[in-house]
Each structure stands twice: as structure tokens, then as C-alpha cells.
Ligand binder design. Structure first.
Ligand code: NAD
Length: 377
């Protein structure tokens, strides 16, 4: 891509403004998705993954960037590399079936790449939901599952409804409502609903006010975040994302807040109870450690509307409701009603064309991770 074209695209996205504000040299790069996929495939292969696994992990990460969720994209690679080097992430490891009754699946992710174990769990669950009408899949002890919407997208592509509750075993970065320090993870929730011939509803969000990875991205860019996202290491409100990225003066971290006050806290706890306790993966109830592995456990419920016998009315009512929502007049200053899943599809269409913007700090971390693998004993 020519420099002129890259600058034009950056200006179009408002990125030049950001770079001016940061007063940093223009080292950030717009990288075509395919080049990034190849580069990341090479690094994941260096962690010991077979070629097909490396390609699948890279594809998933780049898809997160394409979807606008840089927090769950290739910026995770340094963390994955550290986790492999520490022994907390096991390349070339798939799920182990602990129970399979058809409508109930219990799978151990065995610390394999979540981009592999999550897909395996969904493939098995989708097959059984088609057969039995429902399937509940308990997937425990997987390494980081990345963007949970990826799994809902697999289900809706097969005409299935899917509901996911996920917990995170890693340094606890989110404070309970009314609490003053981090006690659990960003515990994501996701609901996928097929919408007939139209694009699906894919609601996929962290129960923290924002994803932890977005704080890493903001910190790397040198940006502040809006009030209401964070408390510092003393429990006071702050706008500095660094409080959850690097240890503070007293050696402690700050914490993210949940979305929606006590309601988001309740959802986060439901993720811990269903995604963590019910799956057998475990909940977080200990002091923070500095291990780099991120373990996710996920409870997935799949429903086949065809087998339920409501397919025709389901589709009709779902589309009628979506149309009703879209008829709402634009609120002043807003760009109108969007349905969950739409922002990701718009980002994909744009970034497939423009390339993926990787900030210089993230790129330096990826290069350092690659170097660690090249020089490991
Ligand atoms: P977010 O705050 O950007 O919310 C995303 C959701 O809101 C999407 O469903 C999107 O379609 C919808 N949305 C966004 N703007 C909208 C609008 N204007 N109108 C209607 N709907 C809109 O996402 P997040 O909470 O920062 O989470 C980002 C990603 O991080 C998710 O993919 C999540 O799965 C992932 N995550 C993963 C883990 C893990 O441990 N694996 C932990 C936390 C988060």
C-alpha cells in the first residue's frame, strides 16, 4: 500500500488527529489483513503449533481486529507467547470429552489455544443441537477464547440460537459493585440470534464497563479514558488506563468497573457461577499472581428453533421487531439505531479495504515476543 493511500485512509478514520495529539512519530502501520495473517501464523507456529493450528489461531485474531475489537486481536500474541514459555498454554492440544449424552457435553479444554478448543466445542455442540434440538456445552480450562462472538457466529450460521457465559482465570481486574479492588475478570456474555435471510443479531460484550484489552490499547496509545470506567489502586475513580496495565506506586493495580452498576456486577457473577463453577473450570477466589496464561471456561446453550417448532413465527416476529426498531427517528447527534453485530460487520467491510492499523507500541511488543521465541533455549 502506498504512503499517500495509507495517509488518506488514516485521515479518513480520524487517525491522523490521534497521532498529532499523541505527538509521537508516525510509526504505526496500516497492514493488509492477509499480510498480518501470514506474519502472525509464522509467530504462532514458532510457539510449537502445527501449521493448521497456527493458521487458525492467526485467522481468529486477525478477524477480531477486522471486526473492530483490537483488544482481542493480534495484540494478544505477546501474552500467548509468554503463556507458552511459562507452560500455561499448550500448543497442539484439543478438547478432551468428559461427558457426551447428546444434549449435554462436558469438555476439558486442557489449556489448548481457545481459538482451537472453542471451535471444536462449538462444532460438537452444533451437531448435537441439530440432532436433539438443544445442546448445553460445558467447556472448561481452555486458554483464552478471544472474541466470544466468533462462536455465536458459528451457531447462527447454522440457524441456531446460542447463549454463552464465560469466566476468566487471570489477574482479577474488575471490582465488584461497591468494592474497591479487582476480584474477578472481564467475564464476557454473548447471545447470537439468527434473523432469517438478514444478518444475525450478535450481542457480545465484556461485563466490565470496557474490555481490559481496550485499556491496554488505550495505554499503548497514550490516551485517557472517559470517567466511570476505572478505579485506581486506592479505589478512587481515575481516567488513566495505565492503572490496570502496569503496577502502580504501591505495587498494586487499579480495577475496571462493571457496566450498569449492580446489574453488570450481577451478570459478571452469573458468568463466574455458570461459566466457571458449573462447567467445572473453577472460579477466581485467590490473590493475584503474575502468571501470563488467561484461562477461560464457557457455558454454551444452543437451541434449534426448527426443532422447537417455532421457526416460522420466530423469524417473522424477530424481523418485525427489528424493522420496528429501525423506524425510530435518529436521536439528536446520533447516527441512528444499530443492532448488535452491525458495528462489527461495518468494521470488517472497512478494514478489509483499508488494512488494520497497528499502533507502534503493540507492534514493538509483537516483535519482542517473536525475538523471545527466536532466542529461547
Ligand atoms: P463493546 O463494548 O464494543 O460491545 C460490543 C457489543 O455491542 C457488540 O455486540 C456490538 O455489536 C454491540 N454494539 C456496539 N455498538 C452498538 C450500538 N451503537 N448499537 C447497538 N449495539 C452496539 O465490546 P466489549 O465489551 O469491549 O467486548 C469486546 C470483545 O471482547 C467481545 O468480543 C468479547 O467477547 C471480548 N472479551 C473476551 C474476553 C475473554 O476472556 N475471552 C473477556 C472480555 C471480553
Amino acid at each position: 500500500m502506498g504512503v499517500a493511500h495509507a495517509l488518506k485512509t488514516l485521515a479518513h478514520k480520524g487517525a491522523l488527529l490521534q497521532i498529532h495529539r499523541l505527538e509521537r512519530p508516525l510509526m504505526s502501520q496500516l497492514i493488509p489483513a492477509n499480510d498480518l495473517r501470514q506474519h502472525i501464523t509464522r509467530i504462532i507456529a514458532m510457539t510449537g503449533s502445527a501449521p493448521a493450528e497456527a493458521a487458525q489461531v492467526a485467522e481468529n485474531l486477525v478477524m477480531a481486529n477486522l471486526s473492530g475489537h483490537d483488544s482481542h486481536g493480534v495484540g494478544m500474541v505477546p501474552r500467548y507467547v509468554d503463556a507458552v514459555l511459562e507452560g500455561g498454554l499448550s500448543p497442539n492440544t484439543g478438547v478432551k470429552v468428559l461427558l457426551d449424552t447428546g444434549p449435554l457435553l462436558n469438555l476439558d479444554g486442557q489449556r489448548g489455544y481457545g481459538q482451537i478448543t472453542g471451535v471444536q466445542a462449538m462444532q460438537m455442540g452444533i451437531e448435537r443441537a441439530k440432532q436433539h434440538g438443544v445442546c448445553t456445552v460445558a467447556l472448561s480450562r481452555s486458554h483464552h477464547l478471544g472474541r466470544i462472538g466468533h462462536f455465536a457466529e458459528m451457531a447462527v450460521a447454522q440457524g441456531l440460537v446460542s447463549v454463552h457465559f464465560v469466566n476468566v482465570l487471570s489477574r482479577p481486574v474488575v471490582a465488584p459493585f461497591g468494592g474497591g479492588d479487582g476480584r474477578f475478570g472481564t467475564n464476557p456474555c454473548c447471545i447470537g440470534v439468527p434473523m432469517g435471510s438478514r444478518a444475525p443479531f450478535v450481542l457480545d460484550f465484556a461485563t466490565s464497563r470496557v474490555a481490559q484489552g481496550k485499556m491496554r490499547v488505550a495505554h499503548n496509545k497514550g490516551e485517557q479514558v472517559p470517567p466511570g470506567y476505572l478505579i485506581d489502586e486506592h479505589g478512587h475513580p481515575t481516567t488513566d488506563p495505565g492503572v490496570v496495565v502496569v503496577p502502580q506506586s504501591n505495587g498494586l493495580f487499579g480495577a475496571l468497573m462493571t457496566f450498569g452498576d449492580h446489574k453488570g456486577f450481577g451478570m459478571a457473577m452469573a458468568c463466574e457461577l455458570l461459566g466457571g463453577a458449573l462447567t467445572g473450570g473453577g472460579t477466581w477466589h485467590r490473590e493475584a499472581d503474575d502468571k501470563r496464561a488467561v484461562l477461560n471456561s464457557m457455558l454454551t446453550m444452543l437451541i434449534d428453533p426448527v426443532r422447537l417448532g417455532t421457526q416460522a413465527t420466530f423469524e417473522q416476529e424477530a424481523l418485525a421487531f427489528a424493522d420496528w426498531l429501525r423506524q425510530s427517528p435518529d436521536a439528536p447527534g446520533s447516527d441512528g439505531v444499530k443492532l448488535a453485530g452491525e458495528p462489527e460487520r461495518t468494521a470488517r467491510a472497512e478494514r478489509e479495504q483499508s488494512g488494520i492499523w497497528i499502533d507502534d507500541a503493540t507492534w514493538a511488543e509483537i516483535e519482542a515476543a517473536e525475538k523471545k521465541l527466536q532466542t529461547r533455549p
